[in-house]
Design a protein around this ligand. Structure first.
Ligand SMILES: Nc1nc2c([nH]c(=O)n2[C@H]2C[C@H](O)[C@@H](COP(=O)(O)OP(=O)(O)OP(=O)(O)O)O2)c(=O)[nH]1
Ligand SMILES: [Mg+2]
Length: 137
């Protein structure tokens, strides 16, 4: 029997007032050109929180503080099965952001998320974020 591997991913939801940080995946990456929340796969021995701190520095030049787990989901793309854990994060210097390992990075108002082209797995977390935002978090 072939047991498909699940790719474990830590994803950061960094809020700054009414804005949230989004980045665009490089053209050649899996789900290339889609918008996403920065993050990636934990390395051996790393917790999800440690992986997020590292990924934010590497991908978008930002120092973040990881707060709490907001949402978890699994999704089967034709090419791979992912398990995504989304953490609420904060940062002290939002102006530090630079697109390092991503095509573009932007602070966008939360209400504009549904207009961006995100991967299919992100639908439920975006809906939950909008609801939480309306309710004042
Ligand atoms: N970071 C991130 N990945 C997402 C989101 N939604 C979603 O389906 N994914 C998928 C795309 C990828 O298959 C996987 C994340 O892997 P990745 O390619 O970003 O991993 P990584 O940063 O460690 O990159 P690499 O070292 O393998 O190049 O999760 C999201 O909002 N953020
Ligand atoms: Mg990544």
């Amino acid at each position: 029997m072939i047991v498909p591997t699940v790719v474990d991913v830590a994803v950061g939801l960094v809020l700054d007032g009414d804005r949230i940080l989004v980045s665009q995946r490089k053209k050649e990456a899996h789900l290339g050109l889609k918008w996403e929340f920065p993050g990636g796969k934990p390395e051996a021995g790393e917790t999800h929180e440690q992986a997020l701190v590292r990924e934010f520095r590497e991908e978008v030049n930002l120092d973040v503080q990881v707060h709490s787990l907001f949402h978890e989901c699994s999704f089967e793309y034709p090419e791979r099965h992912v398990r995504l854990r989304f953490f609420l994060c904060r940062c002290r210097q939002p102006e530090q952001v630079r697109a390092l390992e991503v095509l573009a990075v932007r602070w966008v108002p939360l209400h504009s998320l549904p207009a961006l082209d995100f991967p299919a797995a992100n639908g439920p977390v975006i809906e939950k974020l909008m609801d939480a935002h309306m309710a004042g978090f």
